[in-house]
Design a binder for this molecule. Structure first.
Ligand SMILES: NC(=O)c1ccc[n+]([C@@H]2O[C@H](COP(=O)([O-])OP(=O)(O)OC[C@H]3O[C@@H](n4cnc5c(N)ncnc54)[C@H](OP(=O)(O)O)[C@@H]3O)[C@@H](O)[C@H]2O)c1
Length: 253
């Protein structure tokens, strides 16, 4: 239990896997009340169970596709009804569908932009009224190193993650005088299911050969640190990179 987080009410998107899951469990260990959003019921049930075991005082879960305005609105409304407030929103839902721009399907473009960028907009918009009413709150949007640098075959993903940074900076300025801190986190490579979903097999093999990445737990610990900022400080953007590539290789054998 951690007095900073005890009974704080947090909504986490992408809570069924990877960074979102690790963040949910890190906040659970500190006694937070959680609302977990994702589309995979089975995984959400597992995370909810684990969050209870780790000490979360209350855990809600909602099947929610962040691309869908009504699903987001309904899930956030349900969390507010239950918790009466929302202290924290972490936007971790995201994906990439890789491919060269020439021949890239419009449907895939829309899926990536709608999930990573529009989904972030929808959840942020939904929590702002309650955060303003209660006199403050914190939002952490997860961009990526791909939000600062273009990567071949990841144009849609990079466009969405550049967009998340611009969106976050703009929103942060709109709400800072309401004591709402909006921050963006740019992780480098993290070992999660993300790569498995997004990469082509050849690229994946090449990446494994590079042999390094952070763990979701390491990223979650940084998110916890960002959420524990002093009252009048605002960590607006955090770039997170793996430190020692050689060490990583050794640890993985
Ligand atoms: N892994 C990396 O190397 C890396 C690096 C930098 C940034 N990031 C960013 O970190 C975030 C988390 O990724 P991760 O590495 O933890 O990957 P992950 O393990 O694949 O998790 C992605 C999460 O997003 C959810 N999601 C995807 N589409 C969704 C939708 N339409 N509606 C609701 N939820 C959706 C998934 O849940 P369901 O499928 O159950 O809906 C899952 O919980 C992403 O924004 C990613 O872009 C990852």
């Amino acid at each position: 239990m951690d007095y900073i987080f005890a009974d704080k009410a947090a909504i986490i998107t992408g809570a069924s896997s990877g960074i979102g899951r690790a963040t949910a469990l890190a906040l659970a260990e500190r006694g937070a009340r959680l609302c977990l959003l994702a589309r995979s019921e089975h995984q959400l049930v597992e995370v909810r169970k684990e969050a209870h075991l780790r000490g979360a005082s209350e855990v809600l879960r909602y099947l929610c596709d962040v691309r869908e305005e009504m699903e987001v609105e309904n899930a956030v409304r349900a969390a507010i009804e239950r918790f009466s407030r929302i202290d924290v929103l972490v936007n971790s839902a995201g994906l990439s569908l890789n491919g060269e721009v020439e021949g890239y399907k419009l449907d895939d473009w829309r899926t990536v932009i709608d999930t990573n960028l529009t989904g972030t907009f929808l959840t942020c918009r939904a929590v702002l009224p309650v955060m303003k009413r209660q006199g403050g709150g914190q939002i952490i949007n997860i961009s990526s190193g791909a939000g600062h640098n273009g990567i071949k075959q990841m144009a849609a993903y990079c466009a969405s993650k550049f967009g998340v940074i611009g969106f976050t900076e703009s929103l942060a300025l709109e709400v800072r005088n309401h004591n709402i801190r909006v921050s963006v986190l740019l992780p480098g490579s993290v070992a999660t299911d993300f790569s498995r979903v997004s990469r082509r097999e050849a690229e994946q093999a090449e990446r494994e050969d590079i042999g390094y990445s952070m763990t979701a737990d390491e990223v979650a610990s940084v998110i916890v640190a960002m959420l524990a900022q002093p009252d009048q400080a605002w960590m607006s953007e955090v770039v997170l990179r793996p430190l020692n590539l050689e060490l990583r290789r050794t640890l993985r054998g």
